[in-house]
Write a protein that binds this ligand. Structure first.
Ligand code: SF4
Length: 471
């Protein structure tokens, strides 16, 4: 399962903003590994470099040196929507009547087809297959006179998830959709300002975290400082999977350190699904903290039973089944000496299609595990995501097709226990009504229900949601 993108922005006169953006993106690499890009402005001109590949592969010293100025935005992308092509790398630049604008986007727009048709009729053409270009064109299509009002116009038309960083010649703008599906935070650096998808990126570049950008908020940063504008937010829908899996464990979202939330998930799993065993392990790296939590709460010793090859990317480079099959072998190696003859509790973050988990269970058994009891930090995923998570169609989700005992048998575990929705909320320690839980409940945020019904009908027979356009 992949999240779509990471975004970063900086306004800091006298600072090498391209280099700082590079390291900001480097810290956000886990949010997307297919392409990376940086756009900068020196007040007169906008400069851009994008490339396929990891952040470390996408830039050379010479290319960074060409990105002049004191304002920058950056993006690291996983192509959940829009195909994996160089032209879809971000930031993108568009020309409007108030000049050139750069934009980078994390999320997914659910009414993008409708908006694209409308913009095409108005004479706009599209050079990418991402919905980020639709957002950018929607902003510049507005007849409003200033950028904030143009963005407000677009926000009233857009439905879905979008955390944006926008660059013009003289300002940096950060925007979070009124539901606040994807995170976005604000910090300071050397008398300037930074925005990033996750707080971990601020720490890496020596910036200080100030606060999160609120759902529906537009933050404008220019030579006059920071100004904030707000669009109404009627329904909040922060993606709970940021806590389970996507965001880095050293990030803080809504005041909660993710590492602590994941440990709490493990503790609650131990309470909800106890079992006699010799050792507890977490599937590295996303379930390590939860595995430790399970061990602490149950008193069963923690061990490292699988060693992860950290140089194969976060999950799988290409989202096709053949490479997924290969990927699990490249990714883990079991520690046979540790697990041989042992009854294992294995904590993992989620089960999506149920294609990877049986291989992990089989690998542990082959290495000598006597029993494998699987504990999962997410409730069963029964509904697809329409907000930028490359999950699967409903037909591919194992929990949409099978009961829990059937899933246990299909993955070859001795027992299987999922955290409850209430247990998950308790572990995060925030009110339930601020979250999107749609992939467990099918209760999508109200504002986008009609669009999602329509997309669901289109998506189910055809396969991947990744063909629907977006970022
Ligand atoms: S449907 Fe699931 S993965 Fe998608 S935004 Fe909602 S909680 Fe996150």
């Amino acid at each position: 399962m992949h999240e779509s993108c990471g975004v970063f922005g900086i306004y800091a006169p006298g600072v090498d903003v391209a280099r700082i953006t590079f390291f900001g993106l480097y810290a956000l690499q886990h949010r997307g590994q297919e392409s990376a890009g940086i756009a900068t402005s020196d007040g007169k001109k906008i400069y851009l470099h994008t490339s396929m590949g990891l952040v470390s592969q996408a830039f050379t010293e010479e290319q960074l040196a060409q990105l002049h100025g004191h304002i920058a935005i950056g993006h690291t992308r996983y192509s959940t929507t829009g195909s994996s092509r160089a032209c879809n790398a971000q930031p993108i630049l568009v020309e409007g009547n108030s000049g050139t604008m750069g934009l980078a986007h994390n999320g997914n727009i659910v009414n993008s087809k409708f908006l694209m048709e409308e913009l095409t009729q108005q004479g706009f053409s599209f050079s990418t297959t991402t919905d980020s270009e639709i957002i950018a064109n929607l902003i510049i299509s507005s007849t409003e006179r200033n950028h904030v009002d143009k963005i407000r116009y677009a926000m009233r038309r857009l439905k879905g998830a979008y955390s944006l960083v926008i660059l013009t010649k003289d300002k940096l703008v950060a925007v979070r959709d009124p539901m606040g599906v994807r995170p976005l935070c604000l910090g300071t650096i050397d008398g300037g300002w930074v925005v990033a998808s996750e707080s971990c990126a601020l720490g890496h570049v020596g910036a200080q975290f100030i606060r999160e950008i609120e759902p529906g908020e537009i933050v404008v940063i220019n030579k006059n400082g920071v100004r904030s504008f707000t669009e109404e937010s009627t329904r909040k829908a922060l993606c709970i999977f940021e806590y389970i899996y996507f965001a880095r464990p050293d990030s803080v979202i809504q005041g909660k350190l993710l590492y602590s939330a994941r440990q709490a998930m493990g503790k609650i799993l131990a309470r909800e699904h106890p079992v006699e065993a010799d050792l507890v392990m977490g599937v590295p790296d996303s379930a390590t903290a939860a595995g430790i939590g399970y061990s602490v709460a149950s008193g069963i010793p923690y061990c490292e039973g699988l060693i992860k090859n950290r140089y194969v990317g976060r999950t799988f480079i290409e989202p096709d089944q053949r490479l997924r099959d290969l990927g699990v072998k490249l990714k883990f190696n079991p520690l046979a000496e540790t697990i041989r003859g042992k009854r294992l509790i294995v904590v993992d973050d989620s089960i999506v299609r149920g294609t990877t988990t049986p291989k992990v269970v089989a690998m542990l058994r082959k290495a000598g595990a006597k029993e494998v009891h699987l504990r999962i930090c997410s409730p069963p995923i029964r509904h697809p995501c329409f907000f930028g998570v490359d999950m699967a169609t409903r037909w591919e989700l194992i929990a949409a097709q099978k009961t829990i005992p059937e899933i246990r048998d299909a993955i070859g575990a001795d027992s299987l226990g999922y955290i409850s929705i209430d247990g998950l909320i308790e572990s995060v320690g925030l009110p339930k009504d601020i979250f999107c839980l749609a992939c467990f409940t099918g209760d999508y945020p109200v504002e986008v229900q009609l669009e999602m019904d329509k997309l669901a009908l289109e998506a189910i027979p055809s396969g991947s949601l990744s063909e629907l356009g977006g970022s």
